[in-house]
Ligand binder design. Structure first.
Ligand code: THU
Length: 161
């Protein structure tokens, strides 16, 4: 028997101002997208921006539904939109911005489990890590270097023979 310890690096930026200009532009695209979220039930608005190798940025926001489970998170709207519009184009990074109409979100909101799984499909497919930048309305920006860091031991298509 042996034990393994899984660890990962989380980079903490004090604010959006510490990001490079390219990273800041991506986060600002997520902020703009967030403002168009359709979230009348939770009042929790999320925007996501996907930067592609071809230089395009594809955005998404959460789309809720009166039948709650029929809604979709911002991250999946964005990554599926990217896959639909630019199939096979490598994803370089994703930025996520979260806000609420009920309180000030002053800490980064990390993607939910379903979104992690969906993004990891693209990471496995392209065999290149997808860094994730996360931010609330204000405060710190957190960056993980790979979606795999926050979805360790992920199920992937290597099991499907
Ligand atoms: N939401 C996202 O868009 N992304 C996440 O990673 C977490 C949650 C949305 C789904 C729902 O519309 C609202 O936030 C509250 O859960």
């Amino acid at each position: 028997m042996k034990k393994k310890q899984l660890t990962f690096d989380l980079t903490v930026f004090e604010s959006i101002d510490e990001l490079s200009s390219e990273e800041k532009a991506l986060m600002n695209a997520a902020v703009s997208a967030r403002k168009n979220a359709y979230a009348p039930y939770s009042n929790f608005q999320v925007g996501a921006a996907v930067l592609l190798e071809n230089g395009e940025t594809v955005i998404g926001n959460n789309q809720e539904n009166a039948s709650y489970p029929s809604g979709l998170c911002a991250e999946r709207v964005a990554i599926f939109y990217a896959g639909a519009k630019y199939p096979g184009v490598t994803v370089e990074a994703i930025a996520i911005s979260a806000a609420s109409k009920k309180y000030v979100v002053d800490a980064p909101a990390a993607p939910c489990g379903n979104c992690r799984q969906s993004i990891s499909e693209y990471e496995f497919k392209q065999k290149k890590a997808i860094p994730i930048f996360m931010m609330g309305e204000t405060g710190e920006v957190h960056k993980c270097n790979s979606i795999g860091d926050i979805l360790p031991l992920a199920f992937n298509n290597s099991f499907l023979k």
